[in-house]
Design a protein around this ligand. Structure first.
Ligand SMILES: Cc1cc2nc3c(=O)[nH]c(=O)nc-3n(C[C@H](O)[C@H](O)[C@H](O)COP(=O)(O)OP(=O)(O)OC[C@H]3O[C@@H](n4cnc5c(N)ncnc54)[C@H](O)[C@@H]3O)c2cc1C
Length: 393
């Protein structure tokens, strides 16, 4: 077991795994990842893991687009089976949000993202099982889909390990050591690791580590649920992934016979160490009613289980990441806000470039951790829902 490292990463969710991958791919060998439970034990393992491009701002669209390309190139880059499944993706909005949708698609196309506008008739052609009533226009991403989030995390960690990183499972970081305003290492449940750079990727467990450093970003851990319905017909229809903000839900295929559904409803603040991992009984009926409005056959869908995970909500609903200016050598990814599986490849790369090259190649200033203290919370005028809302997809 190493007692020194060039970089210590706290947390082996998808962001910690991606950061370890990029650090070691760029030549740093002496990287230690400490994980209190097992890899993907946090939000990542519970993620819906939609991999799509539709965001109401160019900053997240760029991260998502770079990351989609990464997932598409997985086999060539990592030499292992890709965790990504291409299904296509539909963004459906209420007619009152049609102008916002069109503006967002125009912005996404300017970024280079493969996105197009479909009429309701075109949606019906693409998705014969879908009830398109109430849809006037939708955004369609032919290349998007979803991934197995655990396989993605394990795949990135395994490559980092082959590159020389050490993964320490069942070891909890209890504090970051600071000397003269600079990071000196990490204290863990097994001892101390001296390091000039520390990257915090602890998901919903961030607050205690931050509080000990005198940092408070107003982050709130929130529980999010999903449920799986088996189609009541055989063969089950193939369908796209989708977000339907008119109905406040999102969905994707789960294997070949079922559909996974999430709702923009029922979130509550929790302690991530005490949050129930299974779906509440009162989640079933609203989820079934919502998905049946688009796929009426799923009114008879057979419940095959569900689960709940904890995401970390930031005050403006957008992630914060980069250097922590108070302490030289300290970096963090915080407040994933339920939307950071798909963007993790690009986020990990930016964090690694900061450490190795001094600056990320992509402009990620919009995500700086200081924006709330500056009184400049993130606001997207073309968003379809309240900025403070955890949406998790
Ligand atoms: C139900 C649900 C659906 C979602 N759907 C989507 C979606 O469709 N698309 C999308 O992009 N995103 C989605 N998300 C959000 C996405 O899963 C998260 O944004 C992402 O997984 C965050 O990854 P992370 O690595 O930052 O954190 P986490 O996955 O939470 O990982 C943090 C890790 O750090 C470890 N850790 C914490 N503290 C310590 C410590 N002190 N010492 C050692 N280890 C520590 C934890 O055990 C954990 O393994 C969803 C989330 C949920 C819950």
């Amino acid at each position: 077991m190493r007692t020194t490292a060039e970089v210590v990463i706290v947390g082996a969710g998808i962001v910690g795994a991606s950061t370890a991958y990029w650090l070691t791919e760029s030549g740093l060998r002496d990287v230690v990842i400490v994980e209190q439970r097992v890899p993907a034990a946090g939000a990542t393992g519970k993620s819906g893991a939609l991999v799509r491009l539709h965001y109401p701002n160019p900053h997240e669209t760029r991260l998502a687009f770079e990351s989609l390309r990464f997932f598409q190139e997985w086999e060539a880059r990592l030499g292992t089976r890709s965790p990504f499944v291409r299904t296509g993706f539909l963004q459906i909005v209420a007619p009152s949000d049609e102008e916002k949708l069109q503006a967002n698609v125009t912005m996404q196309q300017a970024v280079g993202a493969p996105v197009e506008l479909l009429t309701a008739e075109q949606v019906a052609e693409l998705e014969p099982w879908c009830d398109v009533r109430g849809i006037t226009v939708a955004a369609y991403e032919p290349e998007s889909g979803y991934a197995d989030p655990v396989a993605a995390t394990l795949g990135l960690l395994e490559r980092a390990r082959q590159n020389g990183a050490e993964l320490r499972i069942g070891e909890r970081a209890t504090g970051v050591e600071i000397r003269n305003g600079r990071v000196a290492g990490v204290q863990t449940s097994s001892g101390r690791i001296a390091a000039p750079f520390v990257v915090l990727t602890p998901g919903p467990w961030a607050n205690s580590l931050l509080a000990a450093l005198g940092l408070d970003y107003g982050l709130i851990p929130r529980r999010v649920q999903v449920i799986v319905f088996r189609w009541p017909i055989e063969p089950a229809p193939r369908h796209c992934c989708g977000i339907d903000t008119a109905l406040g839900m999102w969905f994707r295929p789960e294997g070949e016979t079922a559909t996974l559904v999430g709702l923009e409803w029922g979130f509550r603040q929790v302690d991530p160490d005490r949050s129930a991992e299974t779906t509440d009984a009162d989640f079933v009926a609203p989820a079934r009613t919502a998905i049946a409005q688009r796929y009426p056959l799923l009114m008879q869908g057979i419940v095959r289980g569900g689960w709940a995970g904890v995401v970390m909500q930031s005050p403006d609903g957008r992630p914060l990441f980069g250097p922590i200016p108070e302490y030289s050598g300290l970096f963090a990814f915080l407040g994933d806000s339920g939307t950071s599986f798909k963007t993790a490849p690009a986020i990990g790369r930016a964090l690694a470039e900061w450490i190795v090259e001094g600056m990320p190649r992509q402009d990620v200033q919009a995500f700086r951790v200081t924006r709330l203290a500056e009184g400049r919370p993130w606001i997207d005028p073309t968003d379809y829902c309240r900025p403070d809302r955890t949406v998790s997809r």
